[in-house]
Ligand binder design. Structure first.
Ligand code: DAV
Length: 357
């Protein structure tokens, strides 16, 4: 049996992305090899991860090998699927996350925010992720940055010792989130592009200094607006909002209201549709052969990738959603992704748009 492996993308590659739905031309697809459970301060794990798996979030704890193998196969398949759609695909380097004390290369969306021609590396709150981009995507960023039209903003090292958690445990009443505002912190996945407006959220990994840092580095003409999100466990906005095309967005009704969305001029004249099927995470796990969702909720169903021209990639088991999308005039490409789900995200998390035109 021969395994077909996606060819690495061609250089030089441009970088330009202004929204989440224009035709995708160039993308990074994550790599699952050697993924380990992230290890963070207990109060951060409590704030963001499902209680039934808390004890797994300890140092040097690889994800089960059959899940990592399955996830790597699914990511390879996803890469081939996108190539078959004419998309230029880049993959991260293979990293021994057990040896580096890191988490994964499978979730590149968390680490890179692309706005216009600019790639901004996340100032991660999580200590175990601080070297993630350097280790898995450092070479790719150097090559992309060699193109004079591309601007790459690498993250500064956090202070040592880091101050981000100081005062959180001692004075919980004064902090809404698991981090304070003592240095910029953000995960890129807390932000989404809607033309010149970037919609973002404060969360357990993104603070106000992080938002100001991004505003400083985006090309001129782009403005960050913060959405009012009702979720004390917030970490990443990409299971809360899903724009399908210009003027049509699905939103998570447990986390945002139509009223809060309408406060943003970016959604003027948009049709905003509440995601219609609410399921328990247990029901989702049963439907996908019992693969555990170690890190995420049932809302990962919304974490999908729009390819443009009303085309979208959705997990092959999400039958109701597929039907619903088809009823909305979308062409749905189905792919298996249950093992990637186990390690922290779906098609949106596992990719970074480099070019949408
Ligand atoms: O809502 O279960 C999805 C996004 C993970 N990066 C959630 C988180």
């Amino acid at each position: 049996m021969t395994t077909i492996v996606a060819k690495h993308g061609n250089f030089p590659s441009n970088v330009t992305a202004n929204n989440e739905w224009a035709p995708l031309r160039s993308v990074i697809i994550g790599r699952a090899d050697n993924s380990c459970f992230p290890y963070e301060a207990p109060h951060m794990i409590e704030a963001t991860m499902p209680p039934r798996f808390h004890e797994a979030f300890k140092p040097a704890n690889p994800f089960p090998p059959e899940i990592v193998r399955g996830a790597e196969e699914e990511l390879g398949n996803f890469a081939l699927l996108l190539q078959s759609q004419g998309v230029n695909v880049f993959r991260p380097a293979k990293v021994d996350w057990l040896q580096t004390g890191g988490y994964t290369g499978a979730m590149p969306r968390d680490g890179l925010l692309v706005v216009g021609n600019t790639i901004i590396e996340s100032c991660f709150a999580w200590k175990c992720r601080v070297d993630e981009v350097a280790n898995s995507l450092g070479n790719l960023l150097s090559k992309l940055g060699a193109n004079p039209s591309v601007k790459v903003v690498r993250a500064p090292r956090p202070p040592s010792p880091d101050t981000l958690y100081n005062g959180i445990l001692e004075d919980p009443g004064s902090h809404e989130w698991a981090i304070n505002n003592s240095r910029p912190a953000f995960d890129a996945a807390d932000f989404m592009r809607f033309g010149s407006t970037i919609i973002g959220q404060l969360s357990n990994v993104t603070n106000m200094k992080g938002v100001e840092y991004i505003q400083l580095h985006v090309p001129s003409g782009y403005k960050i607006e913060l959405l009012d999100v009702n979720d004390p466990h917030a970490m990443h906005i990409d299971a809360t909002l899903l724009p399908l095309r210009q003027g049509l967005m699905v939103y998570n009704p447990l986390r945002v209201t139509e009223e809060s969305l309408r406060r943003h001029a970016a959604f003027k004249d948009w049709e905003l549709v509440s995601y219609p099927f609410v399921k328990s995470v247990q029901a989702v796990e049963e439907a996908t052969g019992g693969v555990p969702r170690f890190m995420t909720s049932a809302w990962l169903v919304m974490n999908v990738l729009v390819l443009g021209h009303d085309k979208i990639v959705v997990e092959e088991q999400d039958h109701e959603f597929v039907k619903w999308l088809e009823g909305r005039g979308m062409e749905v490409l189905k792919a298996p992704f249950r093992n990637v789900h186990a390690i922290g995200g779906s098609f949106h998390c596992a990719s970074v748009d480099l070019v949408r035109s």
